[in-house]
Design a protein around this ligand. Sequence first.
Ligand SMILES: *[C@@H]1O[C@H](CO)[C@@H](O)[C@H](O)[C@H]1NC(C)=O
Length: 368
Amino acid sequence: MTVATKKVSAASARAHTRKHTPSSSSSGTFKKLSLVLLVASAALTYQAIQPPPPRICGSPNGPPIASTRIKLKDGRHLAYLESGVPKEQAKHKIIFIHGFDSCRYDAMQISSQVLEEFGIYYLSFDRPGYGESDPHPKKSAKSIAFDIEELADQLGLGPKFYVVGFSMGGEIVWSCLKYIPHRLAGAALLAPVANYWWDGFPSNLSKEAYNQQLPQDKWAVGVAHYAPWLTYWWNTRKWFPGSSVIAVRFDIFSDEDKKILPKLAARGPYMAQIRQQGEFESLHRDMMVGFGSWDFSPMNLTNPFPNNEGSIHLWHGARDLIVPVSLSRYICEKLPWVHYHELPTAGHMFPAADGMADVIVKELLTKD
Ligand SMILES: *[C@@H]1O[C@H](CO)[C@@H](O)[C@H](O)[C@H]1NC(C)=O
């Protein structure tokens, strides 16, 4: 039964009570009956919208732990993956922040020549709730920045490191610029997701960008923002479409993206790990935070490098059909200290295009 029909049946039960009141005792019975119906339908509704508990890695019925992990101060674990040159010898340390429905293996592929030439230690990690990192029920736009700082400190990365984030990971780079700017050597945002409800967007602009989404995504994103408690239910019902990004519909990819898609076949061996702890703590909570109410807006940030101690870059494809370019364009107009690179023919997946990761890293490490 749907929520709507449950409400109707409870209401008609009440109406029924009013119409037929032959005697006070049967009226009492009807009242009791309608109360029982009301409570039962509320309980059923509540049960239907509750996500199941997550399957925590390493718990008795949970997935096994195969990665290296750190234990954060609050007891949660973060799984990570190191590559490039050993950190003791590295000239630069880069932390990659993966996007939606992804994990530590989805870090953009920097070539071994560039890793060697620039002396890069490259660190990737599973964001909370993905892969082998424990879920974080209190996850927020703020908490993730401090998770990253703690990861860097526990692994001994030293005072400064770079952050590079793709898509929803790019959105998180704004959190790093807000909460841990003093720890950053530089930052790159790749096709970053923008939150339509951030302060500072002209309403016609955010409305236009919002309306560029498929109708099902307008709904999914709207639910994540206005009724986050309904997000699990909304995205798991089978009789209407939830987020198209969760369902991976082909028509959300541009022509250039479609050329890159065959490369994603390499994700096969670890795809099953990504959501293994449950879709709620991975995908749905990601949407609830990404499109929730933020306590700051990127458009109000100040330049963390007033003396050019580092640089901040944002790349966005003009033909991105998943994350509208218009919002990135606008933010970069407001923040002249962000180097904006608009790629005229690229879609959303450009960081996976041949050679692009090297271009991004060279720009990040050499520009001031
Ligand atoms: C929004 O309105 C402003 C001012 O009226 C206008 O300059 C701008 O082009 C509009 N933007 C969009 C995306 O419609």
